[in-house]
Design a binder for this molecule. Structure first.
Ligand code: NAD
Length: 410
């Protein structure tokens, strides 16, 4: 992706300039600390040996252990993992969580393998990266196509050689030291950020009109909490298409329907619309919660909202973001909006280290405090420097890493 269409690298450069950091510091902070590529041999169910390639990139640990998910996808390669690891450094710093950034993955289509094959592959991958991970070194988590079951295999594999160690991964099932509130955390954080945005942008939250693209983990929980705040969710979509009701959809019933069917398709309320029509709906908040680059050159002119709340990672391309800035449509960036997930992952790790379980109310209250604090810091800087929220977010994040770096190296 060129830097004009990659919002992260453009934002990094802009933030560095605003902060007045020298180019040698900029390149030091941008460069990953360590990149590991491993071959992962494993036995197929028919007895034959097979192998796949896995990666773990440790971008920066100035403020704490490397932290980030492990993704299983046929498009995973070292460049993608590197850029996601970098983003984790800025996300954890922005939320002031004592972590750095990392990411991992295996370049594989997991749907082509049985559960027992995936288990052998996962265990062997974790053994292969064992020399560079640890509770105070690098703590993996789930990402695309990995889940609580994969984390259980990782944790079990690690515990066989290091003793019972739940804190080595987050995103575990509750029975193995997972945290209350983790499943809903990213959607809850998204709703909190939308609420704070409404306040600053002068939108009456109750009765505000919200559109959500993607109704998976993040989109469905964001819809649930925003509905509880009194917002009207007038449009939602998933991979099968969208639903629209100008008076607001019955979100609790839709949430239930989606939990049972894993799709909004077949829900008996609202007019069926396409994903393109959904993006063009007139609303206060447009929340892309599905794919990267969903809002791009080809559809940005059709948008008719006050603010875009980036719940997905990288849903607005750099070119589209420039056009939206000209039209005075706000963008609340991904590293702020969807940071609820990594924040509760951090709470999970803290609970594991303390060997003590918090209640769901404890978790939600602490999450809310973290999200509001980060939002306010970013908003203040936006006002002070007259920059978009994305640039202000990167400035807060980079400044915090840079200060820690200067103290450690100085
Ligand atoms: P998910 O797989 O649970 O849900 C994705 C949703 O998007 C599904 O409803 C799917 O049908 C829909 N979708 C897919 N293609 C679509 C298309 N072309 N048009 C419209 N909808 C489409 O994923 P998720 O966990 O909810 O993650 C969503 C986004 O949020 C991703 O970008 C992810 O990287 C990001 N994110 C998730 C978390 C988390 O904790 N789950 C944390 C940070 C960021």
């Amino acid at each position: 992706m060129s830097s004009s269409s990659n919002p992260t690298s453009a934002a990094y450069k802009h933030a560095i300039k605003e902060l007045g950091l020298k180019s040698n510091i900029a390149s030091t902070l941008e460069m990953p600390d360590r990149e590991l590529t491993v071959e992962v041999p494993f036995r197929r169910d028919n007895g034959e040996m097979d192998s796949v390639i896995g990666f773990r990139v440790q971008h920066n640990n100035t403020r704490g252990p490397f932290k980030g998910g492990i993704r299983y996808h046929q498009h995973v390669d070292i460049e993608e993992v590197r850029s996601l690891a970098t983003l984790m450094t800025w996300k954890t710093s922005l939320l002031d969580i004592p972590y750095g950034g990392g990411k991992g993955g295996i370049g594989v289509d997991p749907s082509k393998y049985s559960k027992t094959e995936l288990e052998r592959m996962s265990r062997n991958f974790f053994r292969a990266i064992d020399p560079i991970i640890g509770v105070n070194i690098d703590i993996p988590a789930p990402d695309v196509n990995t889940n609580a079951q994969v984390m259980s295999w990782f944790m079990d594999e690690y515990s066989q050689t290091h003793g019972y160690t739940p804190a080595i991964v987050t995103g575990k099932p509750l029975e193995l030291g997972g945290s209350e509130g983790r499943e809903a955390a990213t959607g809850r954080g998204t709703a909190v950020i939308t609420r704070e945005t409404a306040d600053k942008w002068g939108v009456d939250l109750k009765n505000s009109k919200v559109v959500i693209q993607g109704f998976g983990n993040v989109g469905s929980y964001a819809a649930k909490f925003l509905h509880e705040y009194g917002c009207k969710i007038i449009g939602v979509s998933d991979v099968t298409g969208g639903l629209y009701d100008p008076d607001g959809l019955d979100v609790p019933s839709l949430f239930e329907h989606n939990s049972q069917n894993r799709t909004i398709d077949g829900f008996n309320q609202g007019k069926k619309i396409s994903n393109d029509e959904l993006l063009a709906l007139e609303c206060d908040f447009m929340i892309p919660a599905a794919l990267g680059s969903a809002i791009n050159k080809s559809n940005v002119d059709s948008l008719n909202c006050k603010v875009i709340i980036e719940a997905a990672n990288g849903p607005v391309t750099g070119d589209a973001a420039n056009k939206l800035w000209d039209r005075k449509i706000g963008i609340i960036p991904d590293i702020l909006t969807n940071a609820g997930g990594v924040t509760v992952s951090y709470f999970e790790w803290v609970q594991n280290l303390q060997q003590f379980k918090w209640t769901e109310d404890d978790v939600n209250e602490k999450l809310e405090t973290k999200m509001v604090q980060a939002f306010n810091e970013v908003f203040e800087l936006r006002e002070k420097n007259n920059v978009p929220m994305r640039i202000a977010s990167f400035m807060v994040a980079i400044d915090r890493v840079h200060k820690a770096y200067a103290l450690r190296q100085g």
